[in-house]
Design a protein around this ligand. Structure first.
Ligand SMILES: Cc1ncc(COP(=O)(O)O)c(C=O)c1O
Length: 378
């Protein structure tokens, strides 16, 4: 076993804080992580809302190993794909986005945001509408730490060191946060109406002909705590975007519920750990509202369960058609775009737990019992 660094200065890893030496993890099992010190701790948050399937999962490790023994990597730039990639895309899109929609795989939520923004901008170029370059986002929304993702994130603390690099093409509108933002005299409907009018006015002030997309988290995460929108909000927001022809990007990288929710009434008395991918009663959180869905959606974090870095951009037929009828290529790519072994992680997972069912992902109590809220399909 390699010798343990005694303090952070002896570690060659650049950790989050230079003065603090993190605990070393030796192994894990279910919700537990075993530390080098002999302590066993509960991984209560699944890391950054990621490890939703528990630790030490031999079935998943075996599946990855099987795939790794067949080939290492399939490069999309060499016009290669793989069965795991094709199967996962089908699973994520079927019954929701329908025919003609597609998934773009990448590694992190930030990469997914970058790709989603580029797709929205490309959509308008393909349509011959070069003026649509502005993005509208929400205050206190979070979409990632790379420079463009941060540019559309309304978190001052994370932006301030890079303010000169933040895009001037982004306008922020009010967050949806009833606890702080709703007046005592207002009903949920009044509050929704006010936010929707604010968005509509902002669109009109900038000029819809200049706006490519509006981006928001379906359920607010990183910066607001656990805040699902009041019922009707999503549908109304989508309608305003549609009225002005503006692309709606929903960020479901980190979807979760943590308190009483009108949008997700079945979850009212539970504290859920942050996770997307089925945690809140549907595979995609927006499915719980009565509307056709976003034009583009990002997912990540719990998608790979912590076994692999994995995120994706789900793209509706409308956007794909514009690209197909135009240049015929998405002008964006990554080295690790359509791999094989990475995506295999989902096959045993998806087979064992129906992704389409309620609370398909799991964490904590679910990991402990191996059953809570999860429909086993085999
Ligand atoms: C809603 C949301 N979008 C995007 C991201 C960025 O994801 P990543 O850290 O994987 O780049 C996060 C991360 O916390 C997030 O919460």
């Amino acid at each position: 076993m390699p010798s343990e660094p005694k303090d952070n200065t002896a570690s060659h890893v650049l950790h989050r804080r230079t003065g603090v030496l993190p605990y070393t993890v030796l192994s894990g099992e279910g919700i537990y992580l075993n530390l080098n010190s002999g302590r066993r701790i509960i991984d209560g948050s699944g890391g950054a809302a990621v490890a939703c399937l528990g630790h030490g999962r031999k079935d998943i490790a075996d599946a990855i190993q099987r795939q790794l023994s067949s080939f290492a990597y399939a490069y999309s730039g060499a016009n290669l794909t793989s069965h795991p990639a094709e199967e996962l895309a089908r699973l994520l899109l079927e019954d929701t986005y329908g025919e003609g929609s597609k998934a773009f795989f990448c590694n992190s939520g930030s990469e997914a945001t970058e790709a989603a923004l580029k797709l929205a901008l490309q959509f308008w170029r393909e349509k011959g509408c070069e003026t649509r370059t502005q993005i509208v986002a929400r205050r206190q929304g979070y979409h990632g730490n790379t420079l463009s993702a941060l540019s559309v994130s309304g978190i001052d603390d994370r932006r301030k060191d890079y303010s000169s690099w933040m895009s001037p093409h982004v306008t922020f509108v009010e967050r949806c946060f009833p606890y702080r933002g709703k007046a005592t005299s207002e009903s949920d409907q009044d509050y929704v109406r006010r936010l929707v009018e604010d968005l509509d006015n902002t669109f009109q002030r900038i000029g819809p002909q200049n706006i490519a997309a509006f981006i928001m988290e379906t359920v607010s995460g990183t910066s607001l705590g656990c805040v699902p929108p009041p019922r009707g909000y999503l549908k109304e927001i989508a309608a305003v975007c549609k009225k002005h022809g503006i692309i709606l990007i929903l960020d479901e990288v980190r979807t979760f519920v943590g308190s009483r929710s009108s949008l997700f009434p079945s979850m009212i008395d539970t504290i859920q750990i942050m996770c997307g991918m089925g945690r809140i009663g549907a595979l995609h959180a927006w499915q719980l509202e009565d509307f056709d869905g976003p034009d583009i959606q990002t997912i990540g974090k719990s998608l790979g369960g912590g076994f692999i870095p994995l995120s994706a951009v789900l793209v509706s037929r409308k956007v794909i058609e514009a690209v197909s009828l135009g240049s015929g290529r998405f002008s964006h790519s990554h080295t690790f775009q359509v791999s094989g072994s990475r995506l295999t992680v989902h096959n045993p997972t998806a087979k064992r737990y129906e992704l389409k069912g309620p609370s398909a992902g799991m964490c904590c109590s679910s990991c402990r019992t191996g059953s809570s809220g999860i429909r086993k399909s085999d």
